[in-house]
Design a protein around this ligand. Sequence first.
Ligand code: HEC
Length: 172
Amino acid sequence: MVSLRMVMQMMKLALLLSTALALTACDGEQTDPKARWTDTAAPASAPVMMRWYTPDQVEAGAALYAQHCASCHKSNAEGTPDWKVRDANGKLPPPPLNGMAHAWHHPLDVLRQVVRRGGAPVAGSMPAFAEKLTPQEIDAILAWVQSHWSDKIYVIWHERDLAASRGLQATQ
Ligand code: HEC
């Protein structure tokens, strides 16, 4: 006959095993900061979505952002209040990057491209950074920028990013 004690011990073992599995899964995800969540890994009902970047990237990005971007997009990425109003030369002012404006409409690859090429493709005034920053530095800056986005904005952005990486949606 199975005693209550044996049942309890089996339950403990099962609990230990599932915790161990969960921890292994987390380790795997953290060693590859670029790993994208799949639908199975992040069900839509997940209350808080894991982000693609690591705390180290955010920290590195903070210094790089301060050096290269803050003069225009402001120290907290709040940009210019009237970011939709063109100046006398028809140029747009630097927009907020903190999730309040438009930046979250763009998948990660488009954001990387905007930083690399600057505003030239849209006859804008943002300088290109392809010669000044490595791809790793650009990713760190974008990590810092995205760390200012609320979970709500991040989840919507993530859906768009996934759709774009599957080629289901135009990337602009
Ligand atoms: C000289 C000012 C200036 C600097 C420096 C600058 N930007 Fe910009 N940025 C702009 C302007 C102005 C725009 C709007 C497009 C245009 O006119 O070029 C823009 C647009 C953007 C966009 C697109 C936002 C959207 O809503 O579509 C992103 C992303 C961005 N900048 C990120 C950065 C990052 C990251 C850096 C630092 C590596 C940076 N910018 C440095 C002026 C600047």
